[in-house]
Design a binder for this molecule. Structure first.
Ligand code: HEC
Ligand code: HEC
Ligand code: HEC
Ligand code: HEC
Length: 442
C-alpha cells in the first residue's frame, strides 16, 4: 500500500535527460467523433513536453515529462513484461503483453476504429486513458481563447469534476465488466486493488497546479468514498450474477489469509465472528463501505439509514453458506444499496466542506475504532488513508501538528505486514489519534 511519504520526486537531472521528439499540434482533425491519437501528440516542448513547469499559461506545460519520468502509469505496459507478469501468464494461460485481459487496464487499448493514428501500446496508461480521446480538440485547444468547456464538448473528460475523476480512476482501480481483477488473478500474482481518491491522486504524482480551494482534500476524499461505494455495489452486483459466485475478491482477504497463532493469542477468536453466519465463514470485505458509512452519517442522514439497512442485509446474506438459494435476495439488496449509494454520491458532491466538518469526520472515524479495527486489515487501511487525507486537508492553513502526524504514521506502520495485523493494536492506535486530535485542540 502506498503512503504519500514514500514518494520522492526525481531529480532535475533525470527530467533534463528526457528531451523527447516533438510530434504535436496541427493534427488532422476528425470530422465527428473524437479518436485516440496517443501521448506523442501531446509531447512537444511548446505543448505539454516542457522540462520545467512554466507560469505563463494556465497549465504547467511539463505534464508529459512528469508522466513519462515519474508516473507509474507510464510504465504500466512494461509491467506486463516483468517476471511476476510472466508467471501470472503461465498460471492463467495467457500472454500478458498481448492479452486483452491485461491490456484493458495497462495500456491505451482501443479498437482500430477508434484510433486516429498509429501509436504504441507500450506507452502504457497515457494522457487519453484519463483525459479522453483527443483528435477533435487537440488542434483547437492550443488557441488562447479556447475554453475548457469547449474541449469538453469535443469529448475531453471533465477530470476537474471530482466525481468524474473518481469514476475514471475506479474503472481501472476497482474494475468494470470489461476490466476485471478477480481472485484468480490475485492468486496468480496480481496486487489486490485498493483505492482512495485523495491519497492516490497525491502520489500519482500530480502534473497539474495543486488546487488552492480550502478544504479541497476533504471534498476529494468524500466524493472519492461515495463514488467508490457506488461502484463497489456495481461490481458486487456483477459478481453475484456470475456463475462463479462466490468471488473471493469480494470477501475479506484476511479472513482466509491471516497467520495462525495459539488460541490464547488469537484476537479474532477473542473478537468472535459478528459479521459471519457461523464461526469461520469468510465475510464481505467491508473496506469499500466502512468509512463511507461514517461520511454518510455526517452528510446525508436518510441515505445513511437506508445504507445501514441494505449493507447489513448484504453482510448477512454473503456470510450464509447456502449462497445458491439466496442469490436473488442478495442481488436485490445489492441493487437497492447501489441506488442509495448513487443518491448519496450526489448529496456528497453538492455538500460543502469546512474545517469544522473535516474535524468532525476525523473524530467520527476514531470514535469507531472498535468496529473499524475489528473488520480487519483492508478496512483498517481505508481508515488510515482517510485520516491521513482529512488531516492533510485540515492542516493546510495551520501546518501539520506533530503528535497527530506521528500517531497517523504509526497506523500505516501497523499495516506493513498485513497477515500479521492485530485488531486490538490498531484499535488502540486509532484511539491515540483521537486523543492527539483533542490535545491539539482540533
Ligand atoms: C486505464 C487504466 C487506469 C486508469 C484510468 C487509472 N489508473 Fe492508476 N494505475 C493503473 C495501472 C495499470 C497501474 C499500475 C502501473 C504499474 O506499476 O505497472 C496504476 C497505478 C497507479 C498508482 C500507483 C500505485 C502504487 O501502488 O504505487 C497510483 C497512485 C494511481 N494509479 C492513481 C490513479 C489515479 C488517481 C487515477 C485517476 C485520476 C488513475 N490512477 C487512473 C491503471 C489506471
Ligand atoms: C482492472 C484493471 C486491471 C487489469 C484487468 C489488470 N491490471 Fe494489473 N494493475 C492494475 C492496477 C490498478 C495496478 C496497480 C495496483 C496498485 O498498486 O494499487 C496493477 C498492477 C499490476 C502489477 C504490479 C506492477 C508493479 O509496479 O509492481 C502487475 C505485475 C500487473 N498489474 C500485471 C497484470 C497482468 C499480467 C494482467 C493480466 C493478467 C493485469 N495486470 C490486469 C490494474 C489492472
Ligand atoms: C492516470 C490519469 C491521468 C493521466 C495518464 C494523465 N492525466 Fe492529466 N490530469 C489528470 C488529472 C486527475 C488532472 C487534474 C484535473 C484537472 O485539472 O483537469 C489532470 C490535469 C491535467 C492538466 C491540467 C488541466 C487543467 O485544466 O488545469 C493537463 C494539461 C494534463 N493533465 C495533461 C496531461 C497530459 C499531456 C498527459 C499525458 C502525457 C496526461 N495529462 C496524463 C489525470 C491524468
Ligand atoms: C474464502 C477464502 C479466501 C478469500 C476471502 C481470499 N482468498 Fe486468497 N486464496 C485462497 C486460497 C484457498 C488460495 C490458494 C492457496 C494455495 O493454494 O496455497 C488463495 C491464494 C491467494 C494468493 C496466492 C498465495 C500465495 O502464497 O502467494 C494471494 C496473493 C491471495 N490469495 C490474496 C488474496 C486477497 C488479496 C484477497 C482479498 C481481495 C483474498 N486472497 C481473498 C482463499 C481466499
Amino acid at each position: 500500500m502506498p503512503s504519500r511519504a514514500g514518494w520522492l520526486p526525481l531529480t532535475a537531472f533525470l527530467l533534463a535527460a528526457l528531451l523527447l521528439p516533438a510530434a504535436a499540434a496541427g493534427q488532422k482533425q476528425s470530422a465527428s467523433v473524437s479518436k485516440y491519437i496517443g501521448p506523442g501528440s501531446c509531447s512537444a516542448t511548446a505543448c505539454h513536453g516542457g522540462v520545467q513547469p512554466r507560469n505563463v499559461t494556465r497549465v504547467l506545460q511539463n505534464e508529459y515529462s512528469t508522466w513519462a519520468v515519474q508516473d507509474p502509469h507510464a510504465k504500466a505496459y512494461r509491467s506486463l513484461e516483468n517476471s511476476v507478469s510472466q508467471r501470472m501468464g503461465r498460471i492463467l494461460g495467457l500472454n500478458p503483453a498481448s492479452s486483452q485481459r491485461c491490456l484493458t487496464c495497462h495500456a491505451l487499448n482501443v479498437s482500430a476504429g477508434m484510433k486516429g493514428r498509429e501509436f504504441d501500446l507500450s506507452e502504457g496508461v497515457s494522457c487519453e486513458s484519463c483525459h479522453g480521446p483527443a483528435s477533435a480538440w487537440l488542434g483547437p485547444h492550443t488557441v488562447k481563447s479556447w475554453t475548457h468547456e469547449q474541449s469538453l464538448q469535443l469529448g475531453m473528460l471533465d477530470l476537474r469534476s471530482l466525481s468524474r475523476r473518481s469514476e475514471n480512476c475506479l474503472d481501472c482501480h476497482l474494475g468494470t465488466a470489461e476490466k476485471e481483477v478477480n481472485h484468480e488473478m490475485i492468486a496468480a500474482g496480481h496486487p489486490d486493488l485498493v483505492f482512495e481518491l485523495d491519497s492516490y491522486t497525491a502520489i500519482m504524482p500530480p502534473h497539474w497546479k495543486l488546487p488552492t480551494e480550502a478544504n479541497f482534500g476533504a471534498r476529494a476524499w468524500s466524493i472519492g468514498q461515495a463514488t467508490q461505494l457506488r461502484d463497489a455495489m456495481k461490481r458486487l452486483a456483477r459478481h453475484v450474477q456470475s456463475p462463479k459466485w462466490p468471488e473471493y475478491a469480494e470477501l475479506d482477504c484476511f479472513a482466509c489469509h491471516h497467520s495462525l497463532t495459539k488460541p490464547e493469542n488469537s484476537w479474532r477468536q477473542e473478537r468472535g465472528y459478528p459479521q459471519s453466519a457461523y464461526a469461520g465463514a469468510p465475510p464481505y470485505n467491508t473496506a469499500h463501505y466502512a468509512v463511507a458509512r461514517i461520511l454518510a452519517k455526517e452528510v446525508d442522514a436518510s441515505a445513511a439509514q437506508e445504507l445501514e439497512r441494505d449493507l447489513t442485509e448484504i453482510y448477512r446474506l454473503i456470510a450464509k453458506p447456502d449462497t445458491g438459494s439466496n442469490k436473488n435476495d442478495l442481488q436485490q439488496s445489492v441493487t437497492r444499496a447501489g441506488d442509495v449509494a448513487n443518491r448519496f454520491a450526489g448529496a456528497v458532491e453538492s455538500a460543502s466542506f469546512d474545517r469544522g466538518r473535516t474535524a468532525r469526520l476525523m473524530h467520527a472515524i476514531t470514535a469507531q475504532a472498535e468496529t473499524l479495527a475489528d473488520e480487519d486489515t483492508r478496512t483498517a487501511e481505508q481508515a488510515a488513508m482517510s485520516l491521513d487525507a482529512l488531516f492533510i486537508s485540515y492542516s493546510k492553513e495551520g501546518g501539520e501538528k506533530g503528535e497527530v502526524r506521528n500517531a497517523i504514521n504509526t497506523l500505516f506502520q501497523q499495516l506493513q505486514n498485513p497477515s500479521g495485523y492485530s485488531g486490538p493494536r490498531f484499535k488502540e492506535q486509532l484511539r491515540r489519534v483521537g486523543a492527539a486530535l483533542r490535545d491539539a485542540g482540533i
